[in-house]
Write a protein that binds this ligand. Structure first.
Ligand code: NAD
Length: 492
């Protein structure tokens, strides 16, 4: 068992109470490392360190170009360490090594991109309609940013926050998920190596109810950037509102992959399978509903089931595994519960439908890739986020009906459209209530393109040019250039 420490003010420390908790390997179903179990006092220490770093000349006095250079140096170190970090992520969260490796290899781009943006944050001169004044704006950092992240893509989702927050000149206290803290703590070492001043990035580990709330409500935290479930996000939003803090919320989804009768069916089959099974359904953008045009419904379903059946389930650390375990024990029960709910509501299960117990699954927390057909849009399996390898297939007759069903949930994170008609592609991309629409592709993301949710899927955008604005505030500066301060008792 490896024992980790947390990063506060540039030092690797234990919690004040000395408590730790065990983190488990979902494939082996066994603990493998001890993680510090922080309490309120540790959050206070971390926020104080971040606040001191924000005011210190070593960070506040750094030129924007030098800040950018630090981020780019970090990117290079991350690229060198990508394979090791990917292995740790897979051990801790059970996601496929192929996926974690791809994420880690791509991740340095966020630090290059936002590092490059650091010295392109500019204000404006405003041609004010009053004589004798000069008015300009400054874009300033907010202060201490609290970053709270989930377990499914631990370093990637933190990166979406850390890169723009640091480029804008903020300091950060990051609380990773209690199910994926090990990779976060290993990642933290790279900030030191890159030369970030102590306290600019702090990492506190522990449970949401024990330290998350303290972090969100802390009076010296200026902003909360949260990714997680929508119910947790709602609580975070309510708590942040009490101290009027801005928030970015990246929450859940029930994304629709819509297959029209003019689609290239074999491509659509691959897209739907990759949307739901590739990450074992444990991704916010999972295409967990397939909406299929009636004329091709039977053909599409049989092709899809045949292809999904070929998925290799097993050890996530093997390069050729295609479906891995569920990351946490509670999540395993939740996914199995939803399968029972779907059956009891009358959805027909045509693939999987139970815990996977094949020899190669060992004692791991596996669920068989599961497909329900003849799902009605009102069923819970078509409305609620399962976050597992469970696909609900819903038939539709017209484009109008497809839009109505796709938009008919509380979520609006993403959608996929499979068609060969450009009119349909453009029309659907306008009508779908989703922060991302993919046409003839699925799950593509980039550091250059904004990502975020409509409706209950969230507030704010990560990645792309606009993301940096989430970590800045605008100041208006007025300077009298008339040299003649007027009599205050005479109206101008
Ligand atoms: P979660 O909401 O349970 O936890 C997310 C984080 O919040 C964890 O670090 C947790 O410790 C913390 N937390 C829990 N209770 C808290 C509280 N009361 N106050 C403050 N922090 C608290 O989510 P999860 O199960 O870790 O992740 C899965 C969820 O994340 C899914 O709903 C998924 O859709 C969502 N997600 C969204 C995106 C996106 O970008 N939109 C990306 C990935 C995951």
């Amino acid at each position: 068992m490896k024992t980790y420490r947390m990063l506060i003010g540039g030092a690797w420390v234990e919690t004040e109470s000395g408590q730790t908790f065990e983190t488990e390997n979902p494939f082996l179903g066994k603990p493998w490392a001890a993680i510090p179990r922080a309490g309120a006092a540790d959050v206070d220490r971390a926020v104080a360190a971040a606040r001191a770093a924000f005011a210190a000349p070593s960070w506040r006095g750094l030129s924007a170009s030098a800040r950018g250079a630090l981020l780019r140096r970090f990117a290079d170190l991350l690229a060198e360490d990508a394979e090791r970090l990917a292995q740790i992520e897979t051990r801790d969260n059970g996601k496929l090594i192929a996926e974690m490796r791809a994420q880690l290899r791509y991740m340095p781009q966020w630090y290059h991109y936002f590092g490059g943006l650091a010295d392109k944050i500019e204000g404006r001169v405003i041609p004010i309609d009053k004589p004798g004044v000069f008015n300009f704006t400054r874009e300033e950092p907010l202060g201490v940013v609290a970053a709270i992240t989930p377990w499914n893509s631990p370093l990637m989702l933190a990166t979406w926050k850390l890169a723009p927050a640091l480029a804008a000149g903020n300091t950060v206290v990051w609380k990773p998920s209690e199910y994926s803290s090990a990779s976060a703590l290993e990642f933290g070492e790279l900030f030191e190596k890159a030369g970030f001043p102590p306290g600019v990035v702090n990492i506190v580990t522990g449970f949401g109810n024990e330290i998350g709330e303290r972090l969100v409500s802390h009076p010296h935290v200026a902003k909360v950037a949260f990714t997680g479930g929508d119910r947790t996000g709602q609580g975070v939003y309510e708590l942040a509102a009490r101290s009027i803090k801005p928030v970015t919320l990246e929450l859940g989804g029930k994304s629709a992959n819509i297959v029209f009768d003019d689609a290239k069916l074999d491509d659509a089959v691959k897209g739907v399978v990759s949307g739901i099974f590739a990450a074992t359904g444990q991704t916010c953008i999972a295409g967990s509903r397939a909406l299929v045009h009636r004329p091709i419904y039977d053909e599409f379903v049989s092709k899809l089931v045949a292809f999904a059946q070929t998925a290799r389930i097993g050890d996530p650390s093997m390069d050729d595994t295609q479906v891995g375990p569920i990351t946490t024990r509670p999540q395993l029960s939740k996914v199995l519960d939803y399968i029972e709910i779907a059956k009891s509501e009358g959805a027909r299960c045509v693939l999987g439908g139970q815990r996977a117990t094949a020899a190669q699954c060992g004692d791991g927390w596996f669920v068989e890739p599961t497909i329900f057909v003849d799902v009605k849009p009102s069923m819970r399996i078509a409305q609620e986020e399962v976050f597992g390898p469970v696909l609900a297939i819903i038939p539709f007759e017209t484009e109008e009906e497809a839009v109505e069903i796709a938009n008919g949930t509380v979520y609006g994170l993403a959608a996929g459209v499979w068609t060969t008609s450009i009119e349909r592609a453009l029309g659907m991309s306008q009508r779908l209530e989703a922060g991302t629409v993919w046409v003839n592709t699925y799950r593509a993301t980039s550091y250059m393109s904004p990502f975020g949710g409509y409706k209950r899927s969230g507030i704010g955008r990560e990645s792309g040019l606009s993301a940096i604005r989430e970590y800045l505030q605008e100041k208006s500066v007025w300077i009298d250039i008339s040299g003649n301060v007027p009599n205050p008792f005479v109206q101008r």
